[in-house]
Design a protein around this ligand. Sequence first.
Ligand SMILES: [Zn+2]
Length: 504
Amino acid sequence: MPAAKNQSLFEEPPHTLVKALKYALDNPALTQADLRFAFRTSPELILSAHRPLICARTTKAFRARYMPALENIDQEHDYENPLIITLDPDHVQPDLFRDILHYWYTGVFERATNVLATTFGVEATGRDGIGVKDGPQHANIIDPSSADASARLAEDMFNLWKEGTYSDVELTLPPLSRPSSQVEQPLLPPGPYHAHRFLLSSHSSYFSAMLSVSLAESTTLALHSDIFPPVTLTSFLHFAYTGHLPPIPETSTLKQRLNHFELLHLAGDFLGMGDSLCVHTAYHLAALAHNLTTCRCDQCQQVLPPLLIIAHRHLRTGTSSLLDACGRVLSDPVGMHLTWPHRPIAELSPPALRDTIASCTITRIVPANAIDSLQSIHALSMALEAHAAESWSHTITTTMLKPILTHTTGLIVAGFPTITSSSPTFLACVDGMGLSLDFLDFLLVHVVKQLGDATVGKVYQAVVRDLLGRGSVADNFAEEVGGDEGRQGFGRDRRGNRADVSGW
Ligand SMILES: [Zn+2]
């Protein structure tokens, strides 16, 4: 489990294994329970269960002593005629057994006092007497929220997956037509992918539907290879059996990790696991960023677009805070040059996300930050120009940069005297802080383009009075007029621009 570096944005989601197993216990018909525990009481009490889970959670000695029929591995599965095990009330009272059953499924005792008094299974295990491997410690019973109990449950279920005991479905993948770029998962067992119907059905509405209609048919279920590359499928299975995602090899690249989580999220969406697998995937993806709101490093910039996509895909599953956080960072008007000039931004899906980012950015550009925003736009335009031959650069330029440039410049033109005279950034440029003259050029060119009858007078007055009046300006513009061929960036446009400026 990676450290939750973005905890303030996205709390670690709860483990969903217990929830799924509780669902299986409470819905025996929907999860094909193949086992009945019967008490010859009056009326007769029947409790449904799933044979793989009981075997995963109890010791062999315990089963041999109290449920010898369970050890008959050769018995055919027949959900219509489940295996019936009659329990002796002298060994365990029905109410107590119900509590024990609950513990086997969830790792939690609902009524701890009952269990403390039982001698059920003491002979066989020599421990606390309910047959659970290693036996629950009394402290766990009294404190049902104990992490040990849930870890034990996950470990038992992981072993069930590895050993495949009573596995009753095989998931198959048609061969991929293209080479997989997935990360390797050496810790996970290779295919074929054996699993248990009750667990898949408890986690996923897709599996619940697919496995219920094919009960009497083949125990093989073919999955789509494009949705479930092998690594994605094994990661899903690991999650289904343990409640958490498997670790990713340290050697995998950031790109491989992003790709892995994106595919896993799509698979979770396909399986109807929006509030479990999808949320966990989003959490792990977010944890790849150092800090979404403050860190502007390359890694965090790469994490943002896929995180925004999956946060948007699952608005309904409680990731709205994540979407808000991503959107807030991406629509920061003074950070556009950092977060936008990347191919994934042009390829955001749905494309409307780009429009949302652009419009949110516009709403955040106000007179007080207009100059700084324009400076970010200037840097963004240079970054995009470096990739001018690539279509993604063109997409960002036309759909995001241009409308924001128009809006920001319009804002500056409308409030030119106030905005320029109160902007430290602008005044630093005017005072000739080296490369900032490129930005000043950029600003003036676009201001001139938007000048109208109502604004030209004010702008001209401000330029003459406030801008040219500053001591440092005369020198700088004298240098400009003198020409300098060596300047980078927008120097090519400068001559034409200069004519405009001198015409004010
Ligand atoms: Zn970072």
